[in-house]
Write a protein that binds this ligand. Structure first.
Ligand SMILES: CC(C)(COP(=O)(O)OP(=O)(O)OC[C@H]1O[C@@H](n2cnc3c(N)ncnc32)[C@H](O)[C@@H]1OP(=O)(O)O)[C@@H](O)C(=O)NCCC(=O)NCCS
Ligand SMILES: CC(=O)OP(=O)(O)O
Length: 332
């Protein structure tokens, strides 16, 4: 079965409740309607009640069974969520007054619903920036025990006739950690390998990308990737990981034999770890917009409960895919 169909089917089986923090956006309302029609998840839409209902009217629909609307301004949960936010942030100088204001922000409200167990995961970022969505997730939901660095990845699906290699790949970190050091890059690689295994159910084969292959260039930026590769191997000896590699040496078997004949990946990597956010973010958008890949992300990893971001350029379909991924993460 194709990875996307598998994710959608599994989501339908698990019937998670996913809270969408941008319920006033037409794409989000469209996604909610389709998710309910296909029975993929239960939905909570956060936003001004009148505007959310107007979006349903414009879509010639209405919020039926399985879609709840939460308007933070009139929500019966407001005091409880504000107290929770205050508890979490008081040591950072947050007052009760500030907490009551913060909870009115839809992405903070949505993250608090997840924290308190009223929803299984949250999705936002069709309107808000990644920084705002991620900050709320980190501050309210927080890292899972034993994890320090929260990072992100894109699930890249290549399924078109013209794609030379079809299947599911991870591009990381294409959304969050701007300039990871070697230790952080190793952590991103290891977390992404685990994410690949749990979401796709296949063995991860990790390529640590660079503009150099096995010593072909000499630069401090290359040294960082070499160190990160060594750390990843040392801390996870069972992981199939190689670096530093240029993309072609990681993806094309013929190029791998020419440039990196000793690489255990043999040009067949499925998890691509970019050296920084500049390269990772640019690469995913090029693959999505020029090559026609389906790009689901940024999917956050390392949180204690699922909270995911979207690109502001997303479609309703992209949101549906992200809801399915969020439901899958909630099953873990
Ligand atoms: C996500 C992001 C906003 C965090 O940046 P930041 O400047 O450290 O944010 P803040 O200083 O407000 O930090 C917020 C909190 O998160 C913590 N934090 C930040 N990044 C973290 C990470 N990767 N993992 C774990 N915790 C992190 C901080 O320690 C801080 O904790 P505290 O409030 O309890 O002290 C920043 O990494 C960012 O802007 N990334 C790029 C996002 C982007 O523009 N992507 C392109 C489009 S997808
Ligand atoms: C992931 C990403 O690049 O988000 P946006 O397009 O919203 O900046």
């Amino acid at each position: 079965m194709k990875p996307l169909e598998m994710l959608l089917q599994n989501a339908a089986r698990s019937q998670k409740t996913i809270v969408l923090s941008e319920g006033t956006d037409p794409r989000v309302v469209q996604a909610a309607i389709q998710v309910r029609a296909q029975g993929i998840a239960r939905i909570i839409l956060v936003g001004d009640d009148v505007t959310v209902r107007l979006q349903f009217s414009l879509a010639q629909s209405e919020p039926g069974d399985g879609i709840d609307i939460h308007d933070p301004a009139t929500s019966p949960y407001l005091d409880e969520l504000a107290l929770q936010y205050y508890d979490l942030r008081k040591e950072k100088g947050v007052t009760l007054e500030h907490a009551l204001r913060a909870v009115l922000q839809p992405h903070v409200y949505a993250a608090l619903l997840v924290r308190k167990g009223y929803a299984d995961g949250t999705v936002g970022g069709a309107v808000a920036t990644t920084a705002d969505i991620v900050r709320a997730a980190i501050q309210v939901i927080g890292p899972k025990p034993g994890t320090k660095l929260i990072s992100s990845f894109f699930l890249m699906l290549f399924c078109e006739e013209h794609h030379s290699k079809k299947g599911a790949f991870i591009f990381t970190d294409s959304g969050l950690v701007v300039d990871p050091n070697a230790e952080e890059l190793a952590q991103i690689a290891i977390a992404s390998a685990r994410s690949y295994e749990t979401l796709i159910g296949d063995t991860p084969r990790v390529a640590m990308l660079s503009f150099s292959t096995h010593g072909s260039a000499d630069h401090p930026a290359v040294d960082k990737v070499v160190r990160a590769t060594a750390i990843a191997k040392e801390t996870n000896p069972e992981l199939l990981v190689d670096g530093e590699l240029q993309f072609d040496a990681a993806f094309v078997p013929d190029v791998a034999s020419a440039k990196a004949s000793t690489s255990p990946l043999q040009g067949d990597a499925n998890v691509f770890v970019f050296p920084n956010l500049e390269s990772g973010n640019i690469a995913y958008k090029v693959a999505q917009r020029m090559a026609g890949a389906v790009a689901i992300g940024p999917i956050l990893q390392g949180l204690s409960k699922p909270a995911n971001d979207l690109s502001r350029g997303c479609s309703a379909e992209d949101i549906i895919h992200m809801i399915a991924v969020t439901a899958a993460q909630a099953e873990e």
